[in-house]
Write a protein that binds this ligand. Structure first.
Ligand code: NAD
Ligand code: 6OD
Length: 488
């Protein structure tokens, strides 16, 4: 049985309380690990270690050397790709394809891109005139913000955790990471690689545990944490914002979504189906950027629905050990209950169930009966104010609605509390530009999905987040700026 300890001040430590909790496999329902739960003493030790590291070799290290070390870290992650993949698929039940092509390579890229960028980033300079004619020089100086609390979710654990840790470290901060209780493995393993490449102790710390009244709440309330970056549910964001208000700590939030896809009649239908299959069903629909609302222009509605149905029914259910599996389980029994409650609600509300709607019927003795699988599900026929159309479900499901005009579909797409992403399927470039500009979302894809240039601003509007990270936008959050005004 695997044991995940805490990683504090460069070493693996048992929780001082002696408390552990079980990690359950999403694919089989069996226990796969004991995880140490950090309580107040451990959280305090982690924050103290991170503070001390700011004053030690890490804090004194020249920027170029720091960035070189992070490049080495990225190479070391690549070199241990198989270990990271194994750890990730065991915790999450992800198909190997998703972990191999998307998640683990992005973990390394998240360090590389910010290390490269920081090396080449300067600050503003303004010369100003003064009444005595000598002038003054205004120089923008950057300092790390300090100790960053990183709270991350389970749906793409390594990608999302490193998306925060990469820029935080590149900017010279130290971090205390609280990964999701559902996905402790890759954050723990990263500690080993940090030590291997010589990242000084205390720079990267990992505490395990839950949110409320556990490690998450204790970390975000800790007065010596200088900034909090969080990815997770909108309601959790609200709780963390209250916790961060004490001492007025800065926050960066990447939250939930209820993202629309709009399929115009002029779309290339093969492309539209390929993109939508991914945006609805990749990672079993557990992607914040995933599509749960689809609007299809009426002349192609029937064709689209029948082709998406065929695609959904061709998916192969299985955990990481099932060869050729194209869709995995949900993360936990609790999350499956939530998704199935929406499946039931959709049926009760009179949705037309195009496919799915329940739990797959595996043969007796099949290991998948113990896992948290649900059927990929497509509905039509519900009104726009239905909870199925308004609330984030975070499962392999979508509702498809016909539309007749551009104005109508823009209004429907924007009529949501969320504003994370949108996907447009059209071959008409003018329309893409016109409609894309009217989407109230942080990211709009045209004829693609999950395509990311890490130099661009990433984040959501409305209830989907606060702030933007990515490229130079990450520097806004992870650095403090001082204007040095030099009278000449
Ligand atoms: P969650 O909010 O339940 O948990 C996320 C993390 O917050 C976990 O580590 C959890 O332990 C911690 N937490 C919970 N309550 C806390 C509290 N009071 N104080 C401190 N920490 C607390 O989210 P989840 O279920 O792990 O992830 C799925 C959600 O994340 C979905 O809503 C999804 O849309 C969202 N998400 C958003 C993005 C984005 O980029 N916008 C990316 C991925 C996931
Ligand atoms: O690509 C990213 O940087 C990112 N944050 C993706 C989020 C995926 C949500 O599940």
């Amino acid at each position: 049985m695997t044991t995940h300890k805490l990683f504090i001040d460069g070493e693996y430590r048992a929780a001082q309380s002696g408390k552990t909790f079980d990690k359950i496999s999403p694919s089989t329902g069996e226990k796969i690990a004991d995880v140490h739960e950090a309580l107040a003493e451990d959280v305090n030790d982690a924050v103290e270690a991170a503070q001390a590291a700011l004053k030690g070799p890490w804090g004194k290290m020249p920027k170029a050397q720091r960035c070189d070390l992070l490049m080495k870290l990225a190479d070391a992650i690549d070199a241990r790709k198989a270990d990271f993949m194994e750890a990730e698929v065991r915790d999450t039940g992800h198909t190997r394809g998703f972990a191999e092509k998307v998640e683990i390579p992005r973990g390394a890229a998240n360090f590389r891109i910010f290390a490269e960028m920081l090396k080449n980033t300067g600050g503003e300079y303004f010369h100003m005139d003064t009444p005595d004619g000598t002038g003054a020089a205004n120089l923008e100086l950057h300092r790390p913000k300090g100790v960053i609390g990183v709270i991350s979710p389970w749906n793409a654990p390594f990608l999302l955790m490193t998306w925060k840790v990469g820029p935080a470290l590149a900017c010279g901060n130290t971090v205390v990471v609280k990964p999701s209780e559902e996905s402790p493995a890759t954050a723990t393993l990263l500690g080993e690689v940090m030590n291997e490449v010589g990242i000084p102790k205390g720079v990267y710390n990992v505490i395990h545990g839950f949110g409320p009244e556990s490690a998450g709440e204790l970390l975000t309330q800790h007065p010596k944490v200088n900034g909090i970056t969080f990815t997770g549910e909108t309601r959790t964001g609200e709780a963390i914002m209250k916790q961060a208000a004490v001492g007025l700590r800065d926050v960066s939030f990447e939250l939930g979504g209820k993202n629309p896809a709009i399929v115009f009649a002029d779309a290339d239908m093969d492309k539209a189906i390929e993109v939508t299959m991914r945006s609805c069903f990749a990672n079993t629909g557990q992607v914040c950027l995933g599509t749960e609302r689809i609007y299809v222009e009426r002349p192609v509605f029937d064709e689209f629905v029948s082709r998406l149905k065929a695609g959904a029914e061709a998916l192969i259910q299985g955990g990481p050990d099932t060869d050729g599996a194209t869709i995995g389980p949900l993360i936990s029994a609790e999350h499956r209950e939530k998704v199935l409650s929406y499946y039931k609600k959709a049926a009760d509300l009179g949705a037309q169930i195009i496919t799915g709607g329940g739990v797959p019927d595996f043969a007796q003795g099949d290991y998948r009966n113990g896992g948290f699988f649900v059927e990929p599900t497509i509905w039509t026929g519900l009104p726009e104010d239905s909870p199925i159309v308004r609330e984030e479900i975070f499962g392999p499901c979508c509702h498809i609605q016909p539309f007749d005009s551009e104005d109508e579909v823009i209004a429907m797409a924007n009529d949501t509390d969320y504003g994370l992403s949108a996907t447009l399927l059209t071959e008409n470039l003018s329309r893409a530009h016109r409609v894309g500009g009217q989407m109230e979302a942080g990211l709009v894809w045209v004829n693609s999905w999950f395509l990311r240039d890490l130099r661009t601003a990433f984040g959501g509007s409305k209830s989907s987040g606060i702030g933007r990270e990515g490229g130079v936008h990450s520097l806004e959050f992870y650095t403090e700026r001082t204007n040095l005004c030099l009278k000449l």
